[in-house]
Ligand binder design. Structure first.
Ligand code: NAP
Length: 256
């Protein structure tokens, strides 16, 4: 699949995996629609990408938890930006690590609203266009946490199990429409993820990645690009990718 001149929408493009995907799609000549809440970060990334790759980039400061803004922003895209070929549902997070009986309701709600509802809202707004054009690709960023539950990962793991299940649901319901779906499940990736998870505790976050080589955002973006660039008749349903040092959620070859 040649993505030159095609439109790719990435949610959560202001950091980490989403940002890395933006650069890699731009390198292939795709024009980008980038969503995130931090306007300045998005603007800087858009500027860098435009000057480096000469593609068009549209940014929208948006919270995917808010369905009416998701619907409105997508409905009001300028005409030439309407034909979205690839949607990368990447915006997501873990918040906290607590035993279920001690968890924060606020953290749970934010994870559920972002990882589950945000993905659904964006997909619901974009999919009818893909189906009517009989072409498109939805790439959902799940997690190793969708394959196994680890101690104190309860709600985050539940949200990523949801992503994996709904990806399969999309594959089934979109069968015959020409729209393909890929679920990409990474293990440990060094991004802002752990800083967010530990509510800004940078030292605690850094410790997650000490003593071994974690994945980078670029590694995951490579997997996304692999799926997106297969010929139209090939649907990569799932990619499960970890660092060589990671065997399971809890078995990591840490040298310390
Ligand atoms: P990250 O560096 O924290 O990036 C998360 C992105 O999501 C940011 O651009 C953030 O931008 C955006 N975002 C968060 N809440 C949002 C909201 N309500 N509306 C719109 N955008 C929002 O984390 P990452 O590691 O790249 O995570 C990306 C995805 O990979 C997530 O779904 C995560 O669950 C998954 N994942 C990560 C890992 C890992 O170890 N890092 C492993 C497996 C899966 P703003 O703050 O500007 O909105």
């Amino acid at each position: 699949m040649n993505l030159k001149g095609k439109i790719v929408l990435i949610t959560g493009a202001s950091a980490g995996i989403g940002e890395a995907c933006a650069y890699k799609f731009a390198e292939l000549g795709a024009n980008l629609i980038l969503f995130a809440r931090r306007e300045e970060k998005l603007a800087k990334i858009a500027e860098n990408i435009k000057s480096k790759y000469g593609v068009e980039v549209l940014t929208r400061t948006i919270d995917v938890r808010n369905n009416s803004s998701v619907e409105q922003v997508i409905a009001e895209l300028p005409n030439i930006w309407q034909d979205i070929q690839v949607l990368v549902n990447n915006a997501g997070k873990a918040l906290g690590m607590s035993k279920i009986q001690e968890g924060s309701l606020e953290d749970w709600e934010e994870m559920i609203d972002t990882n589950i509802k945000g993905l659904l809202y964006t997909s619901r707004a974009v999919l009818p266009g893909m189906v009517s054009r009989r072409t498109g690709h939805v790439i959902n960023i799940g997690s190793l946490a969708g394959h196994e539950v680890y101690p104190s990962g309860n709600v985050y793991c539940g949200s990523k199990s949801f992503v994996r299940a709904v990806s399969k649901g999309m594959i089934i319901d979109l069968n015959g429409t020409g729209v393909r779906v890929t679920n990409v499940d990474p293990g440990l990736v060094e991004t802002e993820f752990s800083i967010v998870r530990f509510h800004g505790d940078a030292e605690k976050a850094k410790n997650v990645y000490v003593g071994y080589t974690p994945l980078t955002g670029d590694d995951v973006a490579d997997a996304v690009i692999y799926a997106a660039t297969r010929p139209a008749h090939v649907q990569v349903q799932e990619i499960f990718i970890t660092s060589t040092d990671q065997a399971t959620a809890t078995i990591v070859n840490k040298k310390m």
